[in-house]
Design a protein around this ligand. Structure first.
Ligand code: HEC
Length: 209
């Protein structure tokens, strides 16, 4: 009899201790005691968009690392544009990229043969009503690299600007490709002068060795 009650008492105490430990569990876990260097346990909250830490526009005039300097001439500055030289020295890969971009962005109108007769025009039968300029005959033959770059940047009459589709480096690659084709696929030693400016000096685009 006595033995049984002892067992019951022990069982009751053990059960109580167990329940008590359950009750302590929460607070115990929330308070892990002292922390050495708390920043290493709990990282500081980083709120995007708060305190203007992120998503800020770069300072005006910022040039992305590796990007080319911006083109400052205005649409009407054609005389200066004639004098601008291609800052890129294009190797075969550069010219190939120029051709790829030309075929995508210019070829539909100006033709992949650069004859001014792309699928949109089709000798007048296409949906595009205006004759695009030929690149290998006529006045564009006399255009300097800078002038062609200027036309791509600002458009010309009915032709729109391609500045939003092609960044500066891509535009110069297209120009390099056109100039290279004007020279029969060879790197021009000295390119033709611009037709409308006696002062224009069109530079050579070096091709691959
Ligand atoms: C949607 C058709 C179209 C596309 C695409 C197009 N052009 Fe043109 N482009 C024209 C037309 C049309 C003209 C003739 C405009 C005129 O003489 O009034 C022209 C004229 C030109 C001229 C001669 C400008 C001048 O001073 O007479 C050049 C150079 C030229 N384009 C280059 C390009 C290049 C490079 C691209 C690709 C980046 C391109 N074009 C894309 C339609 C197009």
């Amino acid at each position: 009899m006595k033995r049984t009650s002892n067992i019951l008492i022990v069982a009751a105490l053990a059960g109580g201790a167990f329940l008590a430990s359950c009750g302590n569990k929460g607070p115990h876990h929330r308070n892990p005691g002292k922390i050495y260097v708390p920043d290493m346990y709990e990282s500081r909250a980083y709120e995007f968009y708060s305190a203007r830490l992120a998503s800020m526009k770069p300072v005006e005039g910022t040039v992305k690392r590796g990007a080319m300097l911006p083109y400052h001439l205005k649409a009407e500055d054609t005389a200066q544009a004639n004098l601008v030289r291609n800052p890129l020295v294009l190797d075969k890969a550069g010219l190939d990229e120029g051709k790829r971009l030309y075929d995508i962005y210019c070829g539909v109108c100006h033709g992949q043969k650069l004859d001014g007769n792309g699928p949109l025009y089709k000798g007048g039968d296409g949906p595009y009503p205006l004759a695009p300029a030929a690149m290998l005959t006529g006045k564009v033959m006399g255009y300097s690299e800078g002038r062609i770059f200027h036309v791509i940047t600002y458009g010309f009459n009915a032709m729109g600007s391609y500045a939003s589709q092609l960044d500066i480096e891509q535009r110069w690659k297209v120009v390099g490709y056109i100039k290279n084709m004007q020279n029969g696929g060879k790197a021009p030693a000295a390119a033709a002068p611009a037709a409308d400016s006696a002062t224009a000096a069109a530079p050579a685009v070096a091709a691959a060795h």
